[in-house]
Design a protein around this ligand. Sequence first.
Ligand code: NDP
Length: 445
Amino acid sequence: MTNSYIERILQEVKLNNPEQPEFIQAVTEVLTSLQKVIDAHPEYEKMAILERLIEPERAVVFKVPVEMDDHHIEVYRGYRIQHSSALGPFKGGIRFNQNVNLSVMRFLAFEQTFKNALTGLPMGGAKGGSNFSPKGKSEGEIRRFCESFMTELYRHIGPDKDVPAGDMGVGGREIGYLYGTYRRLTAESELGAITGKGVGYGGSLARKEATGYGLVYFLEEVLKKNPLNGKRVVISGSGNVAIYACQKAQQLGYQVIGMSDSKGCILDEKLDLEAVRKIKEEQRTSLEEYPQLAGHGNYFSGSIYDADFKADIVLPCACQNEIDLKRAKHIFECGVRVVVEGANMPDDNEAIAFYKENGVIFVPGKASNAGGVATSGLEMSQNSQHLNWTFEEVDSKLHNIMISIHDQCRQACKKYGLPEDDYVSGANIAGFTRVVEAMIAQGIY
Ligand code: NDP
């Protein structure tokens, strides 16, 4: 039976945020797995811990006007949700995508708070973005958009206040324009105000690779506890997370047999990552061109999770809610027994429940994709010390952080008498506990 405090809060969240389905989904996923913690801490209700944790400290919504190449003006909406700074400066990426809205921003900022807590680094949780998509825009339009976006955002951020980074649609190019504008507006060279910068101007080696590499490091820990006979992997997405997850997986001897983008997917027993990288990072076009460029493999339009394949492991690395119950069942029929999320919330709650009922090991993104933000934290440390660490130093710290997150998840389950491979509960309990302890120590905020 659901704890009455959790039940009441879930009802209030649904009532108060009727037009925010993604936010409600994320809160439901977290709260329903905190049952045993809330049962063990009845004092949390008196302290209104859940109410205080769900409400963001600050949510900034602003207009972003931009002049396009043909001189007409478009107006986009910008967001920065500063969810919790209990553990340190707000920290979280910026997403430029046509599907960005308040619900998506709030769910991401909420999740980010627990993810950042799991890294063990002093970082609060935030997220930002805009419904502007760089896709199909000229270089000049993208640069002017970034300048306009930062012209409002700069007053809300800073190295000890709020430190944005990249996310979907925001890569090295956009971070460069955003940081340049910040520097111009503040007249300060505050390198620690943004992470994901170019290595030549304060960026960290291995940041670009970090989310994908960290995901595979986490997968390795999972497989030590739950060995599989096969190592065939399907990865959705072909962006930053997917490309470097594929690279590390191939380096460690996994056979990646499929990748995808927003229009279609490729299946190839000898997947050529260099061809994928060329198409997505250099040409910035569609995977439709893959079979011709690689000289092998097949392209299909539509989701990879509707295609037929044989695999043991799925790493969803594209976008939220890509896998619903129907696709989760299909993945299971394709032989998959381990799903480790690289994206944020790519599996909906029905898919996650199906995995649990059918013995599929499932790891939520807030644990397994935390390597990106962890390495952003390492970038902040290097910036404040005015030092650059080597690739190997950063990679080794990242590896240790992923092992630690994995162990924290299992230990949290053990403490509350749950199966140790219930990574959903483990990640939520471990992240929640760290944030709540800091909140209680700091009074009523
Ligand atoms: P990118 O923009 O680099 O890549 C996104 C990929 O997802 C592209 O291949 C894109 O295809 C595909 N995609 C976009 N929308 C859809 C859709 N509706 N259906 C199917 N595929 C889609 O983003 P990232 O790789 O940086 O981020 C991917 C996920 O990982 C996001 O959920 C992000 O929040 C999360 N994440 C990212 C981190 C990072 O460090 N970058 C850190 C932690 C989490 P196309 O090329 O056609 O647009």
